[in-house]
Design a binder for this molecule. Structure first.
Ligand SMILES: Nc1nc2c(c(=O)[nH]1)N[C@H]1C(S)=C(S)[C@@H](COP(=O)(O)O)O[C@H]1N2
Ligand SMILES: [Mo]
Length: 435
């Protein structure tokens, strides 16, 4: 029995690979080889950790561990070991981290595609599994490639506002990130030596001077990236690098404007939020309009009241009463998880700290913010004590010297420094302060 099985294994091993991409002669690009793969690999080795760290910061920033209203990702307790109280200074922190996260993710797309192209013969390696160790290595590559594609695709779908996710984008993108980064670390440990050797095997400066006539394949490599039967080159290595680098640069130019805001917003050709709406004091980017989330003028008409709950009971205010109280100003941006942000807007209204004091909880540990929005995500949020007590944290009534427009959250909205856009709740109806 065992002998027969062994004979079968030997027969499979000795049989030629199936035709097509499994045959070594199939892949013929003379540019494929460890050096080129390593150049793309080095760019990703720098970019991916920055993407991961800014992504994890983005998750921490909306205080997912504070209250299930903010985030319902199950078991983040384990993966959320690093969560911390998101600070309110510098006030532009989230604008920076999320702008970098989204812009870098978009800019790395050509590098990622080039890297995957450069190693594609490995996908068709024959035999697919040769031993337990080889099988484990292949499995880690499956997690690596599957993970990176999953993260890029879900991220790009989200910034393009195709809300097609079963459940929450955050949950998928967050779990995906951990699976991917685990595989990434394994991959870096296994390949770092090979990468540095390959990078030293050729000089970048010399490659940049090499024309088509002098473009030769790299010497044969044990990984089988270099073709056994190379076709004549149709492009130089510098041409390939320029194509990928130029692609990344182009994506940078048509993406970054959405995070910089102001006049550059209109250069963000690929961004759905690439236009500044209208003119006047309220002419800055809107995410969800009132109509789109079911907030009607009736919700925010003369019958609107602000309720403040605390140990002292419930206080109820009209907008006129709120306007009669001491007003404070703060210059703060809106920065969305989708990567777009505005320049600073001049908000004014009531300090959250003053409202906490009115609720007889001057050192409140958290506040539940509820909007008039009937249902749906972002209709409520819980903010932390440090966010309540920053003097720039406001329940804003005005922006840039005018009443808030309906779409920017009239009659009252939260604006907190360094807070991700999703947590700056619009159309606020009730604040419940807690210890
Ligand atoms: N009630 C409520 N508040 C909300 C939202 C919402 O959908 N409902 N969207 C949030 C998101 S995702 C962002 S980015 C900001 C955008 O604020 P703006 O439309 O005034 O620019 O509002 C936040 N406040
Ligand atoms: Mo947002």
């Amino acid at each position: 029995m065992a002998a027969r099985a062994r004979a079968l294994v030997r027969r499979v091993e000795q049989a030629p690979p199936p035709p097509g991409p499994f045959r070594p002669g199939f892949w013929r690009s003379p540019l494929r080889g460890p050096w080129l793969t390593s150049v793309f690999g080095l760019a990703l080795l720098i970019g991916i950790p920055l993407l991961f760290v800014t992504g994890m910061l983005s998750y921490a920033s909306y205080n997912p561990g504070l209250n299930p209203i903010n985030d319902q990702t199950p078991d983040k307790g384990l993966l959320g070991f690093y969560l911390f109280a998101w600070p309110t200074r510098p006030y532009w922190l989230y604008r920076l981290t999320q702008g970098v996260h989204v812009t870098l993710g978009v800019v790395l797309v050509p590098v990622l595609l080039a890297k995957l192209w450069s190693v594609i013969p490995k996908l068709f390696e024959w035999l697919p599994v040769r031993s337990v160790a080889h099988g484990l290595e292949r499995l880690s590559l499956l997690m690596l490639v599957g993970g990176v594609i999953f993260e890029f695709v879900t991220g790009i779908i989200n910034i393009q506002l195709f809300y097609v996710f079963p459940g929450s984008f955050y949950t998928l993108h967050f779990y995906g990130a951990w699976v991917f980064i685990a595989a990434f670390l394994v991959h870096v440990c296994l390949r770092l030596g090979r990468m540095t050797r390959a990078l030293r095997s050729r000089s970048l400066a010399a490659e940049l001077r090499t024309d088509l006539a002098h473009t030769r394949p790299e010497p044969p490599d044990p990984d089988g990236l270099v073709p056994t039967a190379p076709a004549p080159p149709t492009m130089t290595r510098r041409g390939a690098l320029a194509l990928v680098g130029g692609g990344s640069l182009l994506l940078l130019v048509v993406t970054a404007g959405q995070s910089i805001g102001g006049r550059l917003r209109s250069t963000a050709l690929l961004a759905p939020h690439n236009r500044t709406p209208g003119s006047g004091p309220n002419a800055f980017q809107i995410n969800k309009t009132a109509a789109s989330v079911g907030v009607t003028p009736a919700h925010v008409g003369p019958d609107w009241r602000l309720e403040i709950h605390g140990p002292g009971g419930t206080l109820v205010f009209t907008r006129a009463q709120l306007l009669a109280m001491p007003q404070h100003g703060a210059a703060l941006p809106i920065a969305c998880v989708e990567g777009w942000s505005t320049t600073n807007q001049q908000w004014s209204g009531l300090r959250l700290a003053d409202l906490a004091a009115l609720a007889r909880l001057p050192d409140a540990g958290s506040v539940l913010v509820r909007s008039v929005q009937p249902h749906g995500p972002y209709s409520s949020v819980v903010l932390r004590g440090n966010q309540i007590h920053d003097p720039r944290s406001l329940l804003a009534l005005h922006v840039n010297g005018a009443d808030l427009s309906l779409d920017h959250g009239y009659p009252a909205r939260v604006i907190v420094p360094a807070n991700p856009g999703v947590n700056n709740t619009k159309w606020v109806h009730r604040l419940t302060f807690r210890t």
